[in-house]
Design a protein around this ligand. Structure first.
Ligand code: AKG
Ligand code: FE2
Length: 456
């Protein structure tokens, strides 16, 4: 059980097509000696201006990209490709001006009531894992958006996720528009958008352009796509050569109450994600607002990147440990992941044959009820304590809870906590017995690991 937390917060399988982003949170104390983070330097930041022609307000002005603009994007992409190859990350500024930024943020704010608490996967080397909200580890609220994978001949994005196929959209809905993946949220959001504007105070007609919902967010994705197309084609493109297709877009907000995301790597399960793209839309982000992205490149000083409006940060999704420091102001961002074709195809094949990406063993599916019971129990085990030393009575209480678990949930708990060492026929009474065999200090150690991670 000593290794419980390490086991809990590590690489776990992801089902293809789910909106699980399944990061792996590193156990504390295992990293190299700590170097103090330093802010990104101005001379390290590229100018994103060449990508601006892709934004909604610019696209209205010119439908075709001039060859000069194409050349500028290609030049920028080459520089970014070189930076990625040498450092594993890149930062670009000035993707949008303040009016475009406000338009993008307004689209996010409109959808914000539909955001939900994000979840992390727990379970290491386990055939099964559990998804749960652990706000101390990851405190953002998110909404997945799909559609808007334009099928232009020059653009290889074609999404495999069934939630994006045209058939899932009601008649009259544009499958290419960027909309919430959940059809019920999509419906409500659509009705809300059509309501008379409160700001103008009166009824107004829905403009045809508004049918293309979230077009400023879409334009932002177009700009990211344009850069990725350039990266793919850049000379010496290295690990970006086989980029194709991207994930749905994850809109995220970190509430100002200190929401954070502890150090993790996005893709540890070989799920195909090669590049993480982050775009921020927070005007005048100040030094006291916190919420910086902190990247931890191997062997060099960690780099702090403030989530400033119009800033784009990108890094290798499978190698770059990173975290979001506690936010003191509401912090908006959009995350997109670009896939490596080969790794993604392998992962999808594995998922199709074994049900999971990243090495499942074909275990029987877990019922929602068992999963919920296991989650609730694990949250009690990890989340309790409130800083006070654990007491014998607490272990006894947890053991009593364990006895009430449905048998299927006990199996989930055992597999999540013990991985391959879990006996296939583990019973709730076995979980209870192992808790009763623990000394309170062992429970503290477990929770202690968590709190070390909180301040790392
Ligand atoms: O918003 C950020 O800066 C990073 C978010 C992140 O690491 C994630 O969602 O995986
Ligand atoms: Fe991440």
């Amino acid at each position: 059980m000593q290794k419980l937390i390490k086991a809990l917060l590590s690489d776990a399988p992801t089902a293809t097509g789910s909106h699980q982003h399944s990061p792996s949170v590193e156990a504390a104390g295992e990293s190299l000696p700590k170097l103090a983070p330093r802010p990104v330097r101005a001379d390290e930041v590229f100018d994103a201006a060449p990508l601006r022609s892709q934004l909604a307000s610019e696209a209205k002005k010119s439908k075709t990209q001039s060859s000069a603009a194409k050349k500028q994007i290609a030049r920028l992409a080459q520089q970014v490709a070189e930076r990625l190859a040498s450092c594993g990350w890149a930062v670009l500024d000035g993707l949008f001006d303040s009016s475009e930024s406000a338009a993008v943020r307004a689209e996010m704010e409109q959808l914000e009531p539909h955001f939900h608490a994000s979840e992390i996967w727990v379970g290491h080397q386990a055939a099964v894992g559990a998804q749960m909200t652990m706000p101390d580890i990851r405190g953002d609220r998110v909404l997945w958006m799909c559609g808007h994978h334009p099928q232009r001949s020059s653009t290889p994005w074609s999404h495999a996720n069934t939630s994006q196929s045209g058939s899932d959209f009601a008649p009259g809905e544009d499958p290419h528009a960027l909309q919430p993946c959940s059809s019920s949220i999509r419906q409500t959001a659509r009705e809300e958008t059509a309501k008379p504007s409160l700001r103008t105070g009166g009824a107004r007609r829905v403009q045809p352009s508004e049918r293309w919902l979230n077009r400023h967010l879409s334009g932002m994705l177009d700009a990211m796509d344009a850069l990725v197309l350039g990266l793919k084609e850049a000379p010496n493109t290295g690990r970006c050569a086989n980029l194709a297709d991207r994930s749905d877009a994850m809109l995220a907000v970190y509430p100002e109450t200190g929401a954070r995301f502890q150090r993790h790597v996005d893709n540890t399960a070989g799920d195909g994600r090669r590049l993480t793209f982050l775009c921020y839309m927070n005007e005048e982000w100040g030094a006291t607002d916190g919420g910086e992205l902190c990247m931890h490149p191997t062997g060099s000083q960690p780099v702090l990147v403030a989530p400033a409006a119009g800033r784009l940060a990108l890094f290798f999704a499978d190698t770059m440990p990173h975290e979001v420091l506690p936010a003191r102001r509401h912090r908006y961002s959009v995350n997109v992941w670009y896939y490596d074709t080969e790794e993604r195809a392998r992962a999808e094949h594995e998922a199709a044959t074994r049900g999971r990406i990243g090495g499942g063993t074909g275990a029987a599916p877990i019922s929602d009820a068992d999963n919920a019971a296991a989650k609730g129990f694990l949250q009690q085990v990890l989340g309790g304590g409130n800083g006070r030393p654990a007491e014998r009575a607490e272990l006894e209480r947890l053991a009593n809870e364990a006895e009430r678990l449905p048998p299927g949930a006990a199996h989930v708990v055992a597999q999540v906590t013990m991985g391959s060492r879990a006996a296939p026929d583990v019973k709730p009474t076995d979980v209870a017995a192992s808790l009763r065999a623990m000394v309170p200090a062992a429970l503290d150690a477990l929770r202690g690991d968590l709190s070390v991670m909180r301040t790392s």
